[in-house]
Design a protein around this ligand. Sequence first.
Ligand code: PRX
Length: 648
Amino acid sequence: MESSCKYPLQLSSVSEEYAAQYEESLKNPEQFWGHLARTRLRWIKEFDQVMDCDMNKGSFKWFQGGVINVSENCLDRHAERNPDKAALIWEKDEPGEQEVVSYSTLLDMTCQVANVLKKDGVKKGDRVAIYMPVSPLLVAAMLACARIGAIHSIVFGGFSAESLGSRIIDGSCSVVFTADQGVRGGKVIPLKQTVDEALKGCDCVRRVFVARRTGAKVPFTEGRDVWLDEAMSQESTVCPPEPLDSEDILFMLYTSGSTGKPKGIVHTQAGYLLYASMTQQYAFDFRSESDVFACVADIGWITGHSYVVYGPLCNGGTTVLFESHPIYPNPGRYWEMVERLKITHFYTAPTAIRLLIKYGDDWVTKYNRSTLRILGCVGEPLNREAWLWYNNVVGREKCTVVDTYWQTETGGITITPRPGPDNSPPKPGFPTRPFWGMEPALLSLENEVQHGPDVSGHLCFKRPWPGIARTIWGSHEAYLRIYFEPHPGYYFTGDGALRDKENDYRITGRVDDMLNSKGHRLGTAELECAMNHEPQVAETAVVGYPHEIFGEGIMAFVILKSDVEIKDKDIVGSLKELVKKKIAAFAIPTAFLVVPGLPKTRSGKIMRRVLRKIAADKASELGDVSTLADPSIVKQIVEIYKTKLIET
Ligand code: PRX
């Protein structure tokens, strides 16, 4: 097909050419992505075929025949040109305690960790779990895995021992990286202790490398545990990058799914790296020579993988590692840090913005934010009020706000205001338009594509892109069932969306049984399974409801066994403990209702729409409940909601 674009492509974040370039990316994806992969990445051997993908079969192979090393792309090539440039600025928990790590130092650290792993017998394809605080050593551990072809599986430090253990077992990880303790918001997090607990049920782990963060004394298991600094000090700072196939696995990362069990989303080498680096550069207009990129997400989430580590480092930029909390030691933390570190890009979640609005503008305005150019957001809808505050107060109406829509599975940003023409008016609440190569489609339940403007439906993507997850670890069948069977020929996101009159996209929320609270994605089944372990409980049902700060609150409806006599507050206390133990403290429901029964259909299915209305305090909009097995239960629940709701 005749191309309307000239190669080499002149891409830019604010390109007036966006429309033509977007069209080109859809019409000639081989030429478009092939050109970018050749020019942006360093190859050990260049690929033979750009793409071999089949949306119907959920089969994706990018840059086949190519041999590459991700750590070489993120480190060596920048260390060769610019060894002293800051790769990382580690903003520790206490403000002002930052440490800067140059590209050459990060390369040395990474090679030492890689040699530690090699000496320990870790080989290409082995799985390595990482349960560490946000720190340069965590980045070195990730890149060391990438250097030797081991697969990292990072577990966010807020997860419980049980969650960590089940992820380690699912991935049959042989090695774990952790730290003595973490610190966040002035509080100590007992990471090593949690690892010890998690490993009680795991036979697969033979080695635990422990980094020193606080210097606390922690118990050591003879023959298994090793101090990371001692092991590194014996290793050389040179470790040749392992030649890896484009489609070898780079990492897996667990995310909540519809079943109770989280799934290990698998990303591979070249396609992921290209997509993360492209989106980091163009969605944020990132200029690697001079900019300071602060994505304040924890590295344990996909946002941290793609926009704290892989994207900015592949682009040779300076990235901030934020160890602390938005209101520690006070609600001015982010903006004091922006002033001190001269941050140009700030990327956070709407829930943090809504939290900060509550504390008033003075905490923002007393700091100099003139270096800021781009303000990004991800994880949940950025409501109009929060958008306006971010734009007007934080950004002084001088920054561009980018509401980026994407998922663990997409590897990188898929819908975002940039790239795009500079004069396109901002639209609060809308991630607006697709990134190059992405073709969103809105489908009805009957699989009909909703054409034209002013329509809504299930948000799907019609074409393959390099960053798409390739499988679920250990369950390709689940991968196909979840993402490709609901709408054959399309990747299904699990979200609903609308396309307005100007063809801009807005996300309307999950259409499956997933919740999105405080920017964290949680499955209702996962929470119910955890709470159903309580011996006094017969059944639980969890739904989301609008929450002023968390975006979505989590309400648990609890039915006790018939012979149980216990105070509501006691059972709620024990359910909170259970969720903390089985999942994580951040997953604890924000509200509980102990009820005599649930609204069920005659076939025994819980009518969640009824529970959602009650939880949203909209009982007057319940509609027809006559098909319920026992319609009178609804009245009782509504009454209990009014009088006995327990908020946590
Ligand atoms: O529901 C969408 C919501 O977050 C989900 C993905 O969650 P996770 O895989 O944990 O990744 C979060 C960070 C990439 C999506 O299915 N979501 C993400 N970004 C937005 C969003 N909802 C509305 N607007 C967004 N910008």
